[in-house]
Design a protein around this ligand. Structure first.
Ligand code: THU
Length: 160
């Protein structure tokens, strides 16, 4: 038997401690919560992706009466970024959640499907993507989406 220990480092910053470029990305993600279409859950998720060309691509969750047809903010945003700028790495993705009249106090982290898509974005460009999760209590930062999905399924697994 072998036991593998997998460690992830998550840095928790106060908003004021963020670099200006990251603070501005968080501001944009917070604004984007107001563009969510979420009549079923009332849970607004805003996202902002910073690309290597300086462009910021934004998104928000989009729900549907046929529930599974909806899409999370992270995937709305990354698919739009990758569709419009297929050769440009995504350097950072900021997320914010808003429900019941306020930003969430505790951290909400991305769902499994979104983590998988984040990982693919990192892999296709060969560059780590910083992920910043804003909540009232702090800004949770991982330097790479891979940190959110250890022991993941990637393209190389198809080639064995
Ligand atoms: N949602 C996101 O946008 N991102 C996530 O990572 C988790 C959940 C959305 C989907 C749905 O519209 C609402 O939040 C409640 O699940």
């Amino acid at each position: 038997m072998r036991e593998l220990q997998i460690q992830t480092s998550v840095k928790v910053y106060s908003y004021d401690e963020l670099e200006p470029e990251m603070a501005s990305l968080v501001d944009t993600a917070k604004k984007m919560t107001q563009n969510a279409y979420c009549p079923y859950s009332g849970f607004r998720v805003g996202a902002a992706a910073l690309l290597a060309n300086g462009q910021v691509v934004t998104g928000a969750n989009q729900e549907n009466a046929a529930y599974p047809s909806g899409m999370c903010a992270e995937r709305v945003t990354l698919f739009a970024a990758n569709a419009n700028y297929p050769d440009t790495p995504v350097l950072a993705l900021a997320l914010a959640c808003y429900t019941k009249g306020h930003f969430t106090h505790d951290v909400s982290s991305p769902c499994g499907a979104c983590r998988q898509v984040m990982l693919e974005t990192e892999h296709r460009f060969g560059k780590p993507m910083k992920v910043i999760l804003y909540c009232e209590e702090g800004c949770y930062v991982v330097d790479s989406a891979a940190d959110l999905l250890p022991l993941s399924f990637v393209a190389e697994n198809l080639e064995q």
